[in-house]
Design a protein around this ligand. Structure first.
Ligand SMILES: Cc1ncc(COP(=O)(O)O)c(C=O)c1O
Length: 392
């Protein structure tokens, strides 16, 4: 029996980028304490009132098949929130509820691309992007962004690769870089999409974590609502990563087709999860700010601790829960640095190479442990980098 090419080539033949993470998990399982700064998961759990609401819903009988597009209540809530945050009139017919942002990314690419079509994305990228594109049998093509631009994409670079492509995937606030795309960047991207008839797939799962400037959804730019598929999620904004609840916002007609696609793939999201999501969204922006607050605090800690250390360059994170650290002065690759830091100091960070070529020589630090432990881990990391740089 042979597996499909799609399955065999999902990671493009290389590593899926999670090697250091898996090594750290194995060390933990073997009893070695490891400070984990790898994965984008809050150090708080889903808030008790949200879980109580989930329990109430499940006990009340909402455990059967839910409506495939999502419950009316949740689709309305997502539509209202989108209208309020972006100013673009949005109704439930513009919304499909999905099992997390990841399923939304997959469905959006399935809607945009036929097998063999080119799907553009920006490097550095969230580790699943190329595999998601290959998963719909499209061909991923990365466009490099540059550390010297603080990883703001250049429209001209995208334009140069756009001919014949079907879609462009962007992510602001960005994982792994923390970059928040400026209005000028997004306007340039929008122009390229219009010039080349590209679907713009806008991953906005970190839209509540903006530390500098403001979040702008490209769907709000002139004429872009017809071309943009926005990916959203409860995971990061409400600390509900395990609940697997996300959405796509897009043109009514596309959502209609995506509902048919969902019928044949996921068959919807559990009703008690959707009810709890309605409850969570009902807590409003103050609750979202509370969930985001620790990352802003830890970003300030990082600025204080690393600001005076010459060996490590910090791209100032404008958003999201990560720091991108430039460790090229150590003479090590991101992979070697991350492996050595794990071996010698039991601190796990993600090598920049896990996120593509543009982040080589960097490591990504997730700001997802308590403040004191985070500060200590950064000091150890900086001391280690300095020792390596002296030895280089
Ligand atoms: C940029 C980005 N997009 C999408 C996702 C997927 O999120 P979820 O499927 O939990 O909603 C993540 C998760 O880390 C992410 O970092």
């Amino acid at each position: 029996m042979t597996l499909s090419q799609r399955m065999q080539t999902l990671t493009g033949g290389g590593s899926d980028g999670w090697d250091v993470f898996i090594k750290a998990r194995k060390m933990i399982a073997a009893g070695t304490p490891v400070t984990e700064l790898t994965i984008g998961e809050h150090d708080i759990r889903t808030a008790a009132p949200i879980l109580q609401d989930m329990h109430r819903s499940a006990m009340g009988g909402h455990t059967g098949y839910a409506m495939v597009p999502g419950t009316d209540a949740l689709r309305d809530m997502v539509a209202e929130r989108t209208t309020a945050r972006t100013g673009v009139h949005t109704t439930r017919d513009n919304v499909l509820i999905t099992p997390g942002g990841q399923a939304a990314l997959f469905a959006a690419h399935a809607a945009a691309c036929d097998p063999g079509d080119t799907a553009l994305y920006l490097d550095p990228y969230y580790a699943t992007y190329p595999g998601t594109i290959r998963g719909v049998s499209a061909v991923p093509q990365a466009i490099i962004t540059r550390a010297e631009d603080a990883f703001q994409p250049r429209a001209a670079d995208i334009d140069a690769r756009a001919s014949g492509a079907r879609s462009l995937l962007i992510n602001s606030p960005n994982n792994p870089t923390g970059t928040v795309y400026s209005r000028a960047t997004l306007e340039g991207i929008a122009q390229v999409c219009m010039d080349h008839d590209l679907w713009l797939i806008s991953d906005e799962v970190y839209d509540t974590q903006v530390w500098e400037g403001a979040h702008l959804s490209p769907r709000a730019l002139p004429d872009m609502a017809a071309l943009t598929l926005v990916v959203g999620s409860m995971s990061k904004s409400h600390a509900m990563t395990g609940s697997r609840c996300g959405w796509i916002v897009g043109p009514e007609e596309v959502i209609g087709h995506l509902i048919t696609f969902a019928t044949h793939t996921t068959y919807g999201v559990p009703g008690f999860i959707q009810d709890a999501s309605v409850f969570a969204l009902g807590q409003g922006p103050a609750f979202e700010a509370e969930v985001a607050a620790p990352f802003l605090r830890r970003r300030a800690i990082a600025q204080r601790v690393l600001g005076s250390r010459n060996t490590i360059g910090m791209i100032p994170a404008q958003g999201a829960m990560y720091l991108m650290l430039d460790i090229r002065a150590t003479g090590l690759t991101g992979d070697d640095f991350a492996n050595a830091l794990l071996d010698h100091h039991h601190i796990a960070v993600m090598p920049g190479e896990s996120f593509g070529q543009a982040a080589a020589g960097h490591v990504r630090v997730a700001m997802t442990i308590d403040d004191a432990a985070f500060e200590q881990a950064l000091r150890t990391l900086a001391d280690f980098a300095e020792a390596r740089a002296r030895a280089a």
